[in-house]
Design a protein around this ligand. Structure first.
Ligand code: SF4
Ligand code: SF4
Length: 82
């Protein structure tokens, strides 16, 4: 999963672009739900939130590092739950 850093300026660009609806407003800045973020695996070649973020404040979450296989498994689980 990816994580939004505290330097986020709450520009609201990333939230509507997330295919998994993993991004929402947190207490101070936007947040990514690690249970829903597949790093866009299953949807796009690259994380779309990173592509649209004007200040590059989205990185791999060091506490939620996952392999491509794990991310694909999460994608399948999310689709099944829909
Ligand atoms: Fe959503 Fe993709 Fe960003 Fe994860 S990487 S928060 S799935 S847009
Ligand atoms: Fe924050 Fe970047 Fe998302 Fe804008 S696009 S709300 S700066 S994380």
């Amino acid at each position: 999963a990816l994580i939004i850093l505290d330097s986020c300026i709450n520009c609201d660009m990333c939230d509507p672009e997330c295919p998994n609806m993993a991004i929402s407003m947190g207490e101070e800045v936007y947040e990514i739900d690690p249970n829903l973020c597949t790093e866009c695996v299953g949807h796009y070649d690259n994380p779309t939130c990173v592509s649209v973020c004007p200040i590059d404040c989205i990185e791999v979450d060091p506490e939620h590092k996952e392999t491509q296989e794990q991310l694909m498994e999460k994608f399948v689980l999310i689709q099944e739950a829909k």
